[in-house]
Design a protein around this ligand. Sequence first.
Ligand code: HEC
Length: 468
Amino acid sequence: MKSGRAACFATYLALASTLLARPDRANDLYLENCASCHGSNADGGMGGSLSDGLWKHGGSDAEMARSISQGVQDLGMPGFEQTLSPEQIRSLVVFLREKEKTAKTQASPPPQPKKGSVKSQEHSYKVETVIDGGLKTPWSLAFLPDGRCLVTERPGTLRVIDADGNLLPEPVAATPRAVELGQGGMLDVAVSPDFALDGWIYLAFSDPLEGEKMRSMLKIVRGRIRDHAWSDEEVIFQAAPNFYTPAGQHFGTRMAFDSGYLYFIVGERGGKMEVQDLTRPNGKIYRVFPDGSIPQDNPFATDKNAIPGIWSYGHRNPQGLAIDPRDHAIYATEHGPRGGDEFNLICKGANYGWPVISHGMNYDGSPLTGLTEKEGMEQPLVQWTPSIAACGLTCYTGDKFPGWKYDFFAGGLRGELHRIRVQDRKVVADEILLSGLGRIRDVRTGPDGFLYIVLNQPDRIVRLVPAE
Ligand code: HEC
């Protein structure tokens, strides 16, 4: 009995350790070829540290790749041009960026504003709790002009915070069914810019298609809330049934209004070259009129095979979308794979390159593509390697933090909040404003001028307010 139980426990331990020891082929490649000189953790040895952020032979991605492929002959590092492919060399650069960031975060962690005020480059701020408890995986936040606030919960519900700041216990009744499948569920919520006149609220969610196997796809509807119930529903975007898939990942999404148009994201749903195909809905950003009809000057509106709502393509899984009110430029943040998260300026008809070019590698550390750029494909304004798991983006338009006016705030599921300054459509600063509060799912400028952050694990809503 006792030995049986012990054997069982041993099997369990073996199983647990194989599950825990996820393959990391970049690490294997590193240990095999590099660790003898640079240490097993890339932090020393006769070749010197590759994680201290100091690069004697050049610290750009291209210069690091050159050091690896050509070696540093006179100091005793062999070139790997003959033994490793450009894709493998690229994955080693990504791997070393991860080591560099881990070392940097350990040496000087970004502000973790658990309590008290934090001094950042432009402002001192503190974190105030808005809603603590009562929410399940909140995903998106939208403010109504009457002081109420809408919150989606990924498991499939729409909640209301009243004008006094109380979370109403009952979700809005009769909202469309969203399947909580992998990363799917009730995702983004947006309010019509003419809400006071038309009352429209927009929802983006994973729409189910029943069959022998559950399939789903991103769908967008608008409706009104009457007596705390969803009504008057109209479909704004829905893909044809053959594009619904059993995949649980990468629905995208966000919605944003500007100059009489609605922009929204459909994630790549696990598709690869489909993302480059204009006849397929996934991996695209769309522009439509608020009623879902198609502007005739959309870039592919006259191409009879293309889906006419497409505004830009070649996207992986963007989950941040915001517009600069100064010049109406559109920006999106996008999840890369392992490395290569992006902050992009979204231009009419442009191709953002997935999966042909990427600054990242596969999750298991195997190479994805050796190409980080290609003619006819856009480069990100910022690429984050390692990934921040970019999610939620706002252009700050409030008055409470004058030094942040029109800066972009990008959240990440790994917990970092980045303040990005854009001048003439170029990024001139990227400050990590905070970390350690939880997974950042959404960031919004409140009508009160405070900066709102939707967090998961723990599930809550906080806001940044100025500290004296
Ligand atoms: C035989 C020893 C040896 C091996 C194996 C080796 N290196 Fe090196 N590496 C060196 C030496 C020595 C230098 C030069 C250090 C200096 O400039 O002080 C160097 C420099 C570098 C640099 C430039 C560092 C800088 O400061 O700019 C990079 C990047 C690098 N190595 C990566 C790698 C990678 C990746 C591998 C495995 C594919 C590898 N090395 C394998 C010895 C080695």
